[in-house]
Design a protein around this ligand. Structure first.
Ligand code: MG
Ligand code: MG
Ligand code: MG
Length: 306
């Protein structure tokens, strides 16, 4: 039986591309590893795989009894519900260490960089395995996506250095143009149900016993969502009630203006003011310079709940 490698729930481009790349690397190192995804691919990920002619991983939701590698997460809330019945062989990630634990020693590559694909590219280099052209292309896109074309606070010199190597391999030299092309696909909201937009890049967190959800839409221009903002606000209130959460947030991030309009549904809106120093008005607040959920939203919120 093949070992499966998969990223977090509501897979993003890094989760998908990191799973594909790690499976390729592991195969070349003599392991039988197949990529998987915990859910359907988003439009950006489909665009990226299409562009470089790479097959999408199978959607797998049950992992009991399987050997697995985790990429792009180590939080139980973002893992399959039956992960405790799987055998975790390793974790490759770039988030804070989560609450996943193992019964056996594991291979662990968790680095404070902007993207899991930066770690996996470095693993290819470490094992002296040539990165295939198509894999280089999708990993390059994953890094541009996760680092918001190098603008995010999560971006490091290691990410930029790996991107230079990947762009040489795959022949994409204009990284800004490639990034904008990708974010335009990501920004498209027409015809997409509101709930799907809220959940497209959404994560649940447990903050000292309080359920907190946070979604993010990264947009080339905030005006794209003008016509549906009221529906988005209503939907996060509904989602909060359905989940019994303390707070559900939706980050509307303008990648060109480099800031985020935060939509807030909360039992206590003052948590937002305490965390970010600005009070929501009518359930909304503009946060200049804020682009990263992982680095600029979640840690400050956790402190308030702590
Ligand atoms: Mg991710
Ligand atoms: Mg990532
Ligand atoms: Mg992201």
């Amino acid at each position: 039986m093949s070992t499966l490698v998969f990223g977090h729930k509501n897979p993003d481009t890094d989760s998908v591309c990191a799973a594909i790349a790690l499976a390729d690397l592991k195969k070349k190192l003599g392991e039988d590893v197949v990529p998987a995804a915990q859910g359907e691919l988003n439009p950006e990920s489909k665009f990226v795989l299409d562009k470089f002619g790479v097959d999408a991983p199978a959607v797998v939701t049950s992992y009991a009894g399987k050997d697995v590698y985790l990429v792009d997460h180590s939080d139980l809330a973002q893992s399959p519900d039956d992960l405790s019945d799987a055998n975790i062989m390793g974790i490759i990630d770039h988030h804070k260490l989560g609450d996943v634990t193992t019964g056996q020693p594991l291979e662990c590559w968790i680095w404070p960089v902007g993207c899991t694909c930066t770690v996996i590219s470095s693993m290819y280099n470490y094992f002296d395995i040539e990165i295939p052209k198509d894999i280089a292309g999708i990993m390059l896109c994953a890094i541009l996506s996760d680092t918001v074309i190098f603008k995010s606070a999560t971006c490091t010199d290691a990410d930029k250095k790996i991107c230079a190597q990947l762009s040489e391999i795959c022949g994409e030299s204009d990284l800004d143009a490639l990034g904008i092309e990708m974010f335009k696909v990501k920004s498209a909201v027409d015809g997409t149900p509101v709930r799907e937009l809220v959940l497209r890049d959404y994560k649940d967190f447990d903050m000292s016993g309080n359920g907190v959800g946070c979604g993010q839409l990264e947009l080339v221009d905030l005006s794209i969502v003008d016509g549906i903002k009221a529906d988005l606000e209503k939907d996060i209130r509904d989602l909060k009630a359905e989940k019994g959460h303390h707070t559900v947030l939706l980050m509307l991030t303008d990648i060109m203006k480099e800031g985020t309009e935060l939509l807030v549904a909360s039992d206590d809106e003052t948590v937002v003011e305490k965390a970010f120093g600005a009070a929501p008005v009518d359930g909304k607040v503009w946060l200049p310079g804020i682009m990263s959920r992982k680095k600029q939203i979640i840690p400050d919120l956790e402190k308030v709940f702590g």
